[in-house]
Design a protein around this ligand. Structure first.
Ligand code: NBP
Length: 468
């Protein structure tokens, strides 16, 4: 019998989808899951001539051609270490383990180092696109040994989504680079979704748009510079009818969002790197606030609301919101890519940002036309420090910032919370060199703690003997 070419360990939603995707592409796949019922279910519901089930990890290992390749698709954290521990006594030097889950990049760095010492090649492999992406073409971000990447590239690049014929999978860099890029991708996704939610709040509560008008607006936006998967599904969501009533489902969904942690990781990591990803942090905080359902309900009648203002003219307002959303989106991506740039230096990864943007063009949640523009910006200038310094995006910010400010003012006057958009405005203003008040902060620091300050008119470090 033909030997298996890869073993997928963990056959829940993501693992089974990736295994079947590989099988569809002609690879002989061995599948193993800790609980055998899950393996049986895959076999029953998705029988495939290229998918071979195993109920014993040793048999899965023995079925493989060499060097052996395993894709671990289990819950991130301890389960990944447990699977590695089980595999280790069964495999040989030169074999490869890929972790396709959402592992924290520091865990990946640790595992890669430990396994490298044992001669095992470990790849922290970010996979984006959810179940559908995994089944029919995800965006894949592998990090690990560059030479060994050649062994896994044919499988990963075959199953990845294709953008203009190119696979949305590329070698990212050593050790934790792949999982880091995936983490920042998820952080950007948080900010992107939050910005779209804020545009929705503005159109609905300031502009008085109905669900039908919202659906038409987002569908129209999906024809232009905002064209993206998230905008496309948002248009569909406003039309989707509820199963219990004859109204739109969106109005029956509780105003409380979940999060699994990758946005928070991005935000924490940004503080460690000293990079401002305020819009990603704002998106995490917005979800945290959304979870305070009971407190928000209680407080609703305790605080005054702003006095009602007339609704703006719909067509002009729609244009302003679109321009403001696009401008804020530029700021969010500029923040995310700046974090990648710092991390690349800090961890010695030599990330290719244009390549990163290009593999986000299809298969993943943030796929958008916009990513072609980001790829072009980095292709033009690989050392670009911040996306907003690229002439295309600078022009975008210059064209759209007035609208962003106008819709912000409207939101504030109407009492609509716009945390990510307000961070975009603050970021753009600080970025474009407006005073940020740090002279006063330095004066205070020097006054209470003799922390010294630098001057605008001469070089050197100064301390002042504050006389009051
Ligand atoms: P889950 O994250 O829900 O994990 C379930 C799988 O982990 C099952 O196969 C389960 O086996 C296995 N498992 C656990 Br839990 N503990 C184990 C252990 N100690 N030893 C062996 N296996 C163990 O699965 P998923 O939603 O398919 O996601 C897999 C990975 O992909 C995760 O890291 C996730 O964050 C990531 N991811 C998910 C998505 C998505 O849209 N769901 C998207 C992108 C990335 P059992 O059946 O025996 O309990």
């Amino acid at each position: 019998m033909r030997r298996t070419e890869i073993g997928v360990i963990g056959l829940a939603v993501m693992g089974r989808s990736l295994a079947l995707n590989m099988a569809d592409h002609g690879f002989k796949v061995g599948g193993y899951n800790r609980s055998r019922e899950v393996t049986d279910e895959v076999l029953r519901e998705h029988p495939h001539e290229n998918f071979v089930p195993f109920y014993d990890m040793k048999e899965l290992v023995e079925s493989q051609e060499r060097p052996r390749k395993f894709m671990i698709m289990v819950k991130a954290g301890k389960p990944v270490d447990m699977v590695i521990e089980q595999l280790l006594p069964l495999i040989d030097e030169g074999d490869m383990i890929l972790d396709g889950g959402n592992s924290f990049f520091e865990d990946t760095r640790r595992r890669e180092k430990n396994l490298r010492e044992k001669g095992i090649l470990y790849f922290g492999t970010g996979v984006s696109g959810g179940e559908k992406g995994a089944r029919f073409g995800p965006s894949i971000m592998p990090g690990g040994d560059k030479e060994a990447y050649g062994h896994i590239a044919p499988i990963l690049e075959a199953i990845a989504a294709k953008a203009q014929g190119e696979p949305c999978c590329a070698y990212m860099g050593p050790d934790g680079a792949g999982h880091y890029v995936k983490m920042v991708h998820n952080g950007i996704e948080y900010a992107d979704m939050q910005l779209i939610a804020e545009a929705y709040l503005l159109l609905k509560y300031a502009g008085g748009f109905t669900n039908e008008e919202l659906a038409d607006t987002f569908a129209e936006w999906n024809e232009g510079e905002l064209k993206s998967y998230l905008i496309e599904i948002t248009a569909g969501i406003f039309r989707e009818k509820d199963d219990f009533t004859d109204k739109e489902l969106v109005d029956y969904i509780l105003d409380s969002a979940g999060q699994k942690g990758t946005g928070r990781w991005t935000s924490l990591e940004s503080l460690k790197q000293g990079v401002n990803v305020s819009m990603i942090t704002a998106a995490c905080n917005a979800r945290i606030m959304s979870n305070r359902i009971e407190e928000r309900k209680t407080a609703r009648d305790l605080f005054d609301s702003p006095k009602p203002k007339p609704a703006p003219e719909k067509t002009a307002f729609k244009k302003q919101v679109r321009e403001g959303l696009y401008t804020a989106k530029i700021a969010a991506y500029a923040q995310g890519f700046e974090l990648l740039s710092h991390a690349s230096g800090e961890y010695g990864w030599d990330l290719d940002y244009g390549r990163v943007a290009s593999i986000f063009r299809a298969g993943c949640i943030i796929q958008a036309q916009f990513l072609d523009d980001i790829t072009r910006a980095f292709e033009k200038n690989g050392a670009l420090k911040n996306l907003m310094m690229d002439s295309f995006f600078m022009d975008g910010v210059n064209r759209g910032q007035r609208s962003l400010r106008d819709i912000m003012c409207m939101g504030i006057q109407k009492g609509i919370p716009l945390p990510a958009m307000s961070q975009a405005v603050a970021y753009i203003d600080a970025f474009r060199g407006m005073p940020v008040g740090a002279n006063l902060i330095q004066a205070q620091r020097d006054c209470f703690g003799a922390h010294t300050y630098e001057r605008t008119d001469r070089g050197g470090i100064f301390h002042h003997d504050w006389r009051f």
